[in-house]
Design a binder for this molecule. Structure first.
Ligand SMILES: NC(=O)c1ccc[n+]([C@@H]2O[C@H](COP(=O)([O-])OP(=O)(O)OC[C@H]3O[C@@H](n4cnc5c(N)ncnc54)[C@H](OP(=O)(O)O)[C@@H]3O)[C@@H](O)[C@H]2O)c1
Length: 318
């Protein structure tokens, strides 16, 4: 049996899908066990139970590998990075007590304890806790992950479809190296079988400037939208305004700073093979048709909401 945290979420869902396809039994530990289940009951859902470690141990008992995706994108509604780090330590201690054989932890490229960006600082702290938890481990560090269920690329397309202009923050020359979610799933499962502890970047085969990436999306989904160079403060202010209207946080200042610092580019040979350009061509007709809300997924979800509020459109060909 394998445990995947957040298997009704984005990356966890893909890892769980691949594990099921390989014949594994999968259990998930999730913030919302009652969320719409994309696996039709095939994946048993248990709550995180961070405040009841004994129950958490029970949820993990019998697992060969714990695939951990748990993290928060930004502090909001009482959720903080410090709490997310504490929760990760609780999860890891429970895994050890439950006799889990190995932890495969999903991190991010360029985590850094000295970073001024709390996301990257917190991810570095998380990695230290994984490495020190006493279990064999693999750390997989993705760049920007694209594919079914993604938020950032989907919402760039959504904004391009709905507005006549799109701001390119600070010129957009900063680069990213997106990786497809299915490639990341394969890399994570391969890491589970690696001998010895491993720390691998998960990056795709293309390095794109942010502006070039937005141009590619624009050309596919809304060729008449103008891309306009904007100072970061103006783009963020517009994003905040639209976010307020949608009840979401579109992009934080820290996320923009991370992009501009090229945190989402790997300096290792890429393990991912899917070209962003190919995926975009295959998915352009559905990409960005519906807004994907981080707040709806993680903070404001109600059991009576339709599944569309939290589950993404399937990709073409799925
Ligand atoms: N998406 C990317 O492009 C990307 C890039 C680099 C690294 N990563 C890393 O990959 C991992 C998985 O990311 P993902 O995009 O797949 O995330 P996700 O599905 O949104 O969340 C992963 C897990 O964390 C939980 N979670 C997220 N936000 C939360 C909040 N505010 N409060 C409580 N629980 C919360 C989710 O809860 P539920 O169980 O309710 O879904 C799920 O269990 C994270 O560690 C992330 O840092 C992602």
């Amino acid at each position: 049996m394998q445990v995947v945290t957040g298997a009704f979420g984005y990356i966890g869902r893909e890892i769980a899908r691949q594990l099921l396809a390989q014949g594994h039994t999968v259990r998930t530990v999730t913030t919302h066990p009652e969320k719409p289940d994309p696996f039709d009951g095939e994946v048993e859902a248990r709550p995180y139970d961070f405040d009841n470690p004994e129950r958490l141990v029970g949820h993990l008992r019998g697992a060969e590998v714990l695939f951990n995706t748990y993290w928060i994108r930004f502090a909001h509604g009482g959720a903080t990075f410090a709490q997310a780090n504490q929760n990760t330590r609780t999860l890891l201690a429970a895994a050890r007590q439950a006799g889990v054989h190995k932890v495969v932890h999903i991190s991010v490229t360029h985590p850094d304890l000295a970073s001024e960006l709390p996301y990257y600082r917190g991810k570095a702290r998380q990695e230290m806790d994984v490495a020190g938890c006493g279990l064999p481990f693999a750390i997989v560090r993705p760049t920007l992950v694209f594919g079914r269920g993604d938020i950032l690329v989907n919402n760039i397309a959504w904004l391009l479809r709905r507005f006549p202009v799109f701001p390119i923050f600070g010129g957009g020359a900063y680069r990213l190296q997106p990786v497809h979610v299915a490639d990341l799933g394969r890399i994570a499962i391969r890491a589970a079988g690696a001998s010895g502890d491993a720390v691998w970047d998960a990056a795709g085969p293309e390095i794109l400037a942010f502006k070039g990436m937005v141009q590619m999306i624009r050309d596919r989904v809304s060729p008449r939208t103008w891309l306009v160079r904007s100072p970061p403060w103006l783009g963020l202010a517009l994003g905040r305004l639209i976010g307020l209207l949608l009840g979401d946080v579109i992009l934080t200042r820290a996320e923009l700073d991370g992009l501009r610092q090229e945190k989402l580019v790997s300096n290792q040979p890429p393990l991912g093979t899917t070209l962003f350009s190919d995926w975009l061509a295959a998915n352009a007709t559905v990409l960005g048709r519906r807004y994907a809300s981080e707040v709806a997924r993680h903070f404001a979800w109600q059991p009576d909401e339709p599944p569309g509020a939290v589950l993404a459109e399937p990709e073409e060909g799925d």
